[in-house]
Design a protein around this ligand. Structure first.
Ligand SMILES: Cc1cc2nc3c(=O)[nH]c(=O)nc-3n(C[C@H](O)[C@H](O)[C@H](O)COP(=O)(O)O)c2cc1C
Length: 220
């Protein structure tokens, strides 16, 4: 059964790429929904298009990029991905009878958070997230916005009450990060922790203060 991954139009397309790479590396099948707005953030943050008609080529090029924008950083086989158009409300993930492990929304825009909290289903991404909640499957929402206003905070509480895991896209600095990719992978790793997917994206806390400085994960 696949994980549904929704990419919405918040800043943070490198987080989505890191989650997708790790799911594929873990041998998970992925159903991908890329919102219309996220194509603007992808273009802004990577210079790459995401076209429905050429999604496989565009996805392969995107996932090969490092968080620093360098092409060809990763070698990724995207054959485990099934793509659904964001406007296709007849797509598989729009129904609870479609088999799925759960859904990860990364990054999640405040508009997407609002839409899911209110059950708007304005596109396939929001519909699939609402379906995930109604089917009592795991839903992980990695919101990216700053500052957060009361309206969004209330929507996030609604999602938490409904059983979703809210994992803010906020990297921590205890894991010995030296590059942008390390910070991105930390967030992606915490997202996958919430989904229960095995990965090796970041150095876990081991109870030793300063461990990230001394165990070789951090260079000089
Ligand atoms: C370059 C760019 C960056 C954006 N960054 C954010 C962001 O970090 N967080 C957010 O909530 N919205 C952000 N937005 C606004 C969303 O894209 C907008 O609210 C959109 O309607 C979200 O639609 P979606 O949830 O269907 O993807 C950004 C928009 C652009 C063009």
């Amino acid at each position: 059964m696949p994980w549904i991954v929704g990419v919405s139009g918040a800043s943070g397309t490198p987080y989505a790429a890191a989650v997708l790479r790790a799911l594929l590396a873990a041998g998970e099948a992925v159903d991908l929904v890329v919102s219309r707005a996220s194509r603007l953030t992808l273009l802004d943050e990577t210079g790459l298009p995401f076209r429905d008609a050429h999604w496989q080529d565009d996805l392969a090029e995107w996932l090969a990029r490092g968080a620093d924008g360098k092409p060809g950083t990763f070698d990724v086989d995207v054959s485990g991905v099934r793509h659904w158009r964001a406007g296709d409300l007849a797509a598989g993930p729009s129904s609870g009878s479609y088999p799925a492990r759960g859904m990860i929304v990364v990054p999640a825009s405040t508009a997407c958070v609002a839409g899911v909290a209110l059950g708007l289903s304005k596109d396939l991404l929001q519909r699939a997230a609402s379906v995930t909640l109604k089917e009592r499957r795991p839903l992980v929402v990695s919101v990216r916005e700053a500052p957060l206003n009361g309206q969004t905070l209330r929507h996030l509480v609604t999602l938490d009450d409904a059983g979703a895991s809210v994992v803010p896209a906020s990297p921590a600095f205890y894991a010995g990060a030296t590059h942008i990719q390390d910070l991105v992978d930390f967030v992606a790793g915490r997202v996958l922790d919430a989904a229960g997917v095995t990965h090796g994206l970041y150095r876990r806390w081991r109870g030793d203060l300063g461990g990230g400085l001394t165990d070789g994960t951090r260079g000089d």
